[in-house]
Design a protein around this ligand. Structure first.
Ligand code: 2M8
Length: 441
């Protein structure tokens, strides 16, 4: 293996060992919690990222992580954003969601009733490609393929309202970027004063200045209560939800996952055609509807207001990940990303969730400024896919540098590289393993 971080070999070995220790601390026997206190359950896209890390160091855990998540899958294919542990100090917990009363939801394990970005087929394909034991790899693909196919069918059937092939999210939590400034407009239109009484658990385990505001949380809870009252019926929610957004990040991840599901189908002798067709349609939708020529980035579309959300976040560059833009456009976007968004870290750079010059940028508040590992990992994969190797190498150096300097945090302050949010955070460890062990661009 080539040395790629500019650090001595033993320094990298230490990071790999430490990353594995973080995953070990969060492994609960069948799945991995995102972090020790703040997040005591299994989250959907966390599970996908975590499986990508385990793929390098513990294939059985990678499989078990995915299998555990899909134990929470609903009959209509929905993969819930949380699969609840038997206990855990978290709000909203299973007694608030009451998802098991919905048609087709499992009684055990208990789950939430919304989704997160579908990184799972991508994780499964990456695992399959790293497997040393061909026979077992094939058995696992056979096992999960129908589950993945049902999940993607749910998204393309229930979440795509228009001819444009773009999936909708109905809750900020479905984006994974909970309090991103992207949602200020759509959330601002929600009626207030109807929130049921509740007590936040996150503030017991985190610095309140790093978490969403009370007003934001009230809106999150309002939407959950609405969906619960609608029996989590997608047809009724589609009609009634005041929050409906065609999100760039979600749809970019979906296109890649459709392509990866097609590759899985080919591996096991199934028909890749339907998945390729979905990928094409959604990619076309991103290109035609979400590209904004004036700003030179892709913008989310607010379905209820029927207008683009003119906010530049790291996610605006996510279509690089599945290779949606032409190479000329991708080159311009990559230059723009470096010039406009990137911050220097340890001889490289990284991308904050929200630009430092944007009004409302907050360096340590969750998705309103901090650097997040998963979004940066997606951008890194995008830069590599287009062959922008110098940029990719610099981004990789910045990300590794952040962890070396500050440890395995949930997110990092782009003004000084300090770690914030939960400590010993699982996807930071898992994706660092992937960056270190996958070799140099
Ligand atoms: C955060 O979201 C949850 C709600 O789903 C929360 O704040 O309690 C987000 O960062 C999300 O992307 C992530 O999957 C989750 C667990 O790490 O935490």
């Amino acid at each position: 293996m080539r040395e790629t971080t500019g650090a001595p070999d033993d320094a990298r070995t230490d990071l790999v060992t430490e990353a594995r220790a973080v995953l070990d601390e969060n492994w609960l026997g069948r799945w991995t919690r995102p972090s020790p206190r703040l997040y005591p359950h299994q989250w959907s896209w966390d599970a996908g990222f975590v499986a990508m890390g385990y793929a390098w160091v513990d294939e059985r855990r990678a499989e078990e992580e995915v299998r555990s998540l899909f134990r929470g899958q609903w009959a209509d294919g929905l993969v819930p954003h949380i699969v609840f542990a038997e206990e855990g100090d978290y709000f909203p917990g299973p007694d608030f969601w009451r998802a098991e009363r919905a048609a087709g939801a499992p009684v055990r394990p208990r789950t939430s009733g919304i989704v997160q970005p579908p990184v799972h087929a991508t994780a499964v394909l990456r695992l399959a490609r790293r497997r040393r034991h061909g026979g077992r790899a094939r058995a696992f693909l056979d096992e999960v393929f129908p589950r993945l196919a049902a999940w993607h069918a749910y998204l393309h059937r229930e979440r795509v309202r228009h001819e444009d092939g773009l999936a909708e999210i109905w809750h900020p939590w479905e984006s994974g970027m909970d309090n991103s400034p992207l949602w200020d407009g759509p959330l601002g239109r929600l009626p207030t004063g109807r929130t049921p009484a509740y007590e936040r658990a996150d503030l017991r385990h985190a610095d309140p200045s790093e978490r969403p505001t009370q007003a934001e949380y009230d809106r999150y809870v309002d939407l959950v209560a609405l969906f619960r009252d609608l029996g989590y019926d997608p047809a009724r929610i589609r009609e009634a939800t005041p929050f409906a957004v065609q999100d760039v990040l979600f749809n970019s991840i979906l296109v890649q996952a459709d392509l990866d599901l097609a590759a899985i189908a080919r591996e096991i002798g199934a028909d890749p055609g339907p998945f390729e067709a979905w990928a094409r349609t959604t990619a076309r939708g991103i290109e035609r509807k979400l590209w904004n020529e004036g700003l030179g980035i892709y913008l989310d579309h607010d379905v209820r207001a029927d207008h683009p959300i003119p906010v530049r976040t790291a996610a605006a560059y996510a279509p690089l990940f599945p290779g949606v833009p032409s190479s000329a456009r991708a080159r311009a976007m990559a230059e723009d990303l470096v010039l406009r968004m990137a911050v220097e870290v340890d001889g490289g750079w990284a991308v904050p969730s929200f630009g430092l010059d944007e009004p409302g940028f907050l360096p340590t508040n969750y998705w309103r400024g901090p650097i997040w590992f998963n979004v940066n990992w997606l951008l890194y994969q995008g830069l590599r896919r287009y062959g922008f190797d110098t940029h990719a190498a610099d981004l990789r150096r910045g990300l590794v540098g952040l962890v070396r300097r500050s440890g395995f945090h949930e997110h990092y302050d782009p003004t000084d590289g300090a770690g914030h949010g939960a400590r010993r955070f699982a996807w930071t460890a898992a994706l660092l393993l992937d960056l270190l062990l996958d070799g140099e661009p």
